[in-house]
Design a protein around this ligand. Structure first.
Ligand code: MG
Length: 387
């Protein structure tokens, strides 16, 4: 494969309702998209998952744009690329960081490869997974979907949201928590939804600067949660291991897992017993498949988290989550939960059992891209060409 054209587009995609974060309220999601074309005429769109602000990781839309435009894309254009995995290696040689920027390019190359071969991206991924080949597994045809609920002003308000989500069919409900905004909220939802509801809590590292977290964690341990996600700091495998020894609920690491090396470290130290796998965070699909396989061999489940992606990014998430060790529901909410109108056709939907269909019958990312809508939403654009 030889990539001969890479376009960078920034779009502002309107949300159904304002999305409140620690740094403010977002009404339009700023998204960086790539459009890639190879020498033989195959084309693919990909999405960079970086947010506007550096709260989840240090990368943002405004760090990824120059990382791709000035540095990575010029080093990829016109080069002979044997496999998407070899492109991953090339990009890692260029920089150890900028994982979300690297991932946008690398995942685009996976989609191009699927287009070239005339197969679904999910099929290409399962073929790339060593453990799937050994066990002769097929990609899933459906992926169970969970929902992540943001913080509410009262336990009653969170209960209301949880009941709505349950009625919509979501298979797992995840609640965002932070110190002093945790036990009462989780207890209220557990009481309202009953003992069988699959519930989890995500702290987004918010207990890292808080010395007295053990009491809260021990209380949360009593609610039968599927997992407690990333209570402590990104690089704190030791304290996560100490905490995991004290509670029965599996700790799920998200921000801490930046590649297969940190997944191996988690397994070796028992710092967590589940991984929230986001391809953008780990530099793309090559690393994601390696983490998937490593965790599968250790008997540790993974699941696919979300980064408020458009329908293009969601297509990549659905393909990844079709791998066999994605045994927990993914954050793969339908388009209508987030967007007034998505940029793909058909829009992503969820059935009454809370499942998303994996479009194995279609080549590439499995959905059409609404280029006219992307044109309307574009606020800046650059096209780079080989030679
Ligand atoms: Mg998380």
């Amino acid at each position: 494969m030889q990539i001969v054209r890479i376009s960078l587009r920034e779009i502002h995609l309107p949300l159904v309702e304002p999305f409140r974060t620690a740094t403010g309220t977002v009404t339009n999601r700023r998204i960086l998209l790539l459009a890639l074309a190879d020498r033989d005429g195959a084309e693919a769109w990909s999405e960079c998952v970086a947010h506007e602000s550096p709260t989840y990781s240090s990368e943002t839309v405004d760090t990824c744009w120059p990382a791709i435009n000035d540095w990575l894309a010029p080093r990829v254009l016109g080069q002979e690329i044997a496999t998407p995995q070899s492109l991953h290696d090339t990009l890692v040689r260029e920089t150890p960081g900028h994982r979300m920027a690297r991932a946008a390019l690398e995942m685009g190359a996976w989609a191009l490869e699927a287009e070239r071969r005339g197969i679904a991206l999910a099929r290409l991924l399962v073929d790339a997974s060593e453990i799937s080949r050994e066990r002769k597994t097929e990609p899933r045809t459906y992926v169970e979907t969970g929902i992540a609920l943001g913080m509410e002003a009262s336990p009653e308000a969170l209960v209301e949201r949880s009941l709505e989500a349950k009625a919509m069919g979501y298979c797992r409900i995840k609640m965002k928590i932070e110190p002093h905004h945790d036990v009462e909220y989780v207890r209220a939802v557990r009481d309202a939804l009953g003992p069988d509801a699959r519930l989890s809590a995500d702290a987004n590292r918010s207990y890292a600067l808080y010395q007295d977290y053990l009491g809260s964690m021990e209380e949360l341990d009593r609610f039968g949660l599927t997992m407690i996600e990333q209570p402590l700091g990104n690089d704190d495998m030791a304290r996560h291991a100490d905490l995991q020894r004290r509670i029965a609920t599996p700790i799920c690491l998200d921000e801490s897992i930046t590649g297969v090396t940190s997944a191996e470290e988690m397994l070796a130290q028992d710092s967590g017993r589940m991984v929230n796998l986001k391809a953008g965070r780990v530099g793309g699909f090559t690393e994601s498949v390696a983490i998937h396989d490593t965790c599968a061999r250790a008997g540790v489940p993974v699941w696919c988290g979300g980064m408020l992606e458009s329908g293009i990014g969601r297509a990549y998430n659905v393909a990844l989550a079709s791998l066999p060790n994605f045994t927990e529901p993914g954050d793969l909410s339908p388009s209508e939960r987030y967007w007034e109108r998505d940029i793909v056709s058909p829009a992503w939907t969820m059935d009454s059992e809370g499942r998303v269909h994996v479009p194995l019958e279609r080549r590439g990312i499995g959905v059409g891209v609404d280029v006219a809508r992307i044109d309307d939403l574009t606020v800046r654009e650059v096209t780079l060409r080989a030679g």
